[in-house]
Design a protein around this ligand. Structure first.
Ligand SMILES: Cc1cc2nc3c(=O)[nH]c(=O)nc-3n(C[C@H](O)[C@H](O)[C@H](O)COP(=O)(O)OP(=O)(O)OC[C@H]3O[C@@H](n4cnc5c(N)ncnc54)[C@H](O)[C@@H]3O)c2cc1C
Length: 412
């Protein structure tokens, strides 16, 4: 059957989220955005309170199956709800998007039986009603940004190394508990939830003589000896999202925590993560853009100039029309990409095409909606200036617009 009607269980969850967003998440995000010191923001009562409320509602476990303690919603629901969350606050929506990554990997690779820390974490994550547990994806490095997509160049690989040998000694790392890796290096200040996360999905060079295919993937608790964090990043937008460097100083990681060893499987996993990530970042963009559009539409109908509502001026109407069609087009492309993901048929090129449409749309729309507000648009008294700041980050997160577009073009 072909159709665009969402099942009742998804529309019910969408409505519930919309109410929560309007009454709680949006005001909280706006307040956190105004705290100038990020460390203060992420230790504030408001931040803890809104995370606790979000977790209490189960918004951290939208991708968890019911039998594992999830909400029992169809997998597509998580994408629909993500747009709703982002319409209230792109920063907190990003936090909630990234939070389940550790649990997701444990479930996807059936890791609960492999190491006691995995079982313990999976249970604690689904039961969390206080916003304590969250994961992060640590891939970008100071010297490796867009190059995560560059394969086949011998000298391009991660500087963070996961070595089976004691640094410089040539002695294989063997402890009472068994074999393992020694991890040394640093991930960039951009790691989402990097300051807060208690479980880390880490990409590191396990075969340093190889190109990017020499990357190994590790899922590790954030409290292992030798792991430390930088200060949370002070930044332009999405200020409710904590981002920070993660340092690895002789961190001993048992062999069981290597999820994918160096080799061809790495690229397959990376492409799957990036397909999901870009589809999700696109929906964050749609949410932020929709919020700006809705604010501007309301304002245009209320504000009068030239003896009538500014909405009656055709040039203003055209700006709103343009926003509406960009939103609709972006959402439809993203829904197709999301639907394919739920069918087990990820389409990387489509995800990149859809995400670039949405990232361009959010920058265009938030800019034009400020224009509709006139001078009021740049004032912090109104929400549109924040949407404009948030929009820029959504053109860099999970791959810059240009790099992602080039990757899509190569696949034509
Ligand atoms: C909000 C946000 C959240 C993020 N979350 C995470 C996270 O959870 N985990 C994580 O590890 N990282 C995260 N990142 C990092 C993000 O993935 C990188 O910032 C991004 O991939 C770009 O890398 P870079 O910043 O090093 O820029 P660079 O790679 O240095 O790019 C700089 C410029 O050069 C251009 N460029 C680079 N290579 C090419 C090329 N081959 N051809 C043409 N142009 C090129 C780019 O388009 C860009 O304009 C996040 C970033 C943001 C903004």
């Amino acid at each position: 059957m072909f159709g665009f009607d969402l099942p009742d269980e998804i529309t019910d969850a969408q409505k519930l989220t919309r109410d929560f967003v309007a009454n709680e998440l949006r005001p909280a995000e706006a307040e956190i955005d105004t705290i100038s010191d990020p460390a203060e923001a992420y230790t504030s009562g408001k931040f803890k309170e809104i995370l606790a409320r979000s977790y209490e509602m189960g918004l951290h476990k939208l991708t968890v199956p019911e039998e594992e303690g999830g909400l029992g919603l169809p997998p597509f629901a998580s994408y629909v709800i993500l747009e709703e969350l982002a319409a209230g606050g792109g920063g907190l929506a990003s936090h909630l998007l990234v939070a389940p990554i550790g649990h997701f990997v444990i479930q996807m690779f059936g890791l609960a039986a492999r190491h006691p820390r995995y079982k313990e974490y999976a249970e604690a994550f689904v039961e969390d009603a206080q916003g304590i547990h969250s994961g992060c994806w640590a891939i970008t490095e100071p010297q490796v940004g867009s190059d995560i997509f560059t394969f086949g160049e011998k000298d391009i690989h991660f500087r963070t190394k996961a070595s089976h040998e004691e640094a410089g000694s040539g002695v294989t790392v063997q402890r009472a508990e068994g074999g393992g890796f020694l991890v040394n290096g640093a991930k960039s200040a951009f790691v989402s939830n990097g300051w807060y996360a208690d479980f880390i999905l880490l990409m590191a060079a396990a075969d340093a003589d190889s190109d990017m295919s020499g990357t190994g993937v590790f899922l590790i608790p954030g409290d292992l000896d030798g792991i430390s964090r930088g200060r949370p990043l002070d930044k332009l937008g999405l200020r409710a999202l904590n981002q920070a460097e993660i340092y690895f100083d002789d961190v001993w990681v048992p062999d069981e925590m290597c999820i994918v060893p160096a080799g061809p499987m790495y690229r397959t996993l990376l492409e799957f993560i990036v397909t999901t990530g870009n589809t999700s970042v696109g929906l964050l963009a749609v949410g932020v853009a929709r919020a700006a559009f809705e604010e501007a539409l309301t304002h245009a109908k209320a504000r009068a100039q030239g003896g009538r509502a500014i909405f009656e001026h055709q040039l203003v109407q055209m700006k709103l029309f343009d926003a509406s069609r960009r939103l609709e087009a972006s959402r439809l492309m993203l829904w197709k990409s999301a639907w394919l993901l739920t069918q087990g048929r990820p389409d990387l090129r489509l995800a990149f095409e859809a995400r670039t449409m949405a990232s361009e749309a959010v920058m265009q729309i938030t800019s034009e909606m400020i224009q509709v507000f006139g001078g009021y648009g740049i004032s912090k008294e109104y929400p549109v200036e924040k949407f404009y700041r948030d929009a820029k980050l959504l053109s860099i997160m999970d791959g810059t617009l240009d790099r992602v577009a080039l990757s899509a073009a190569e696949r034509l």
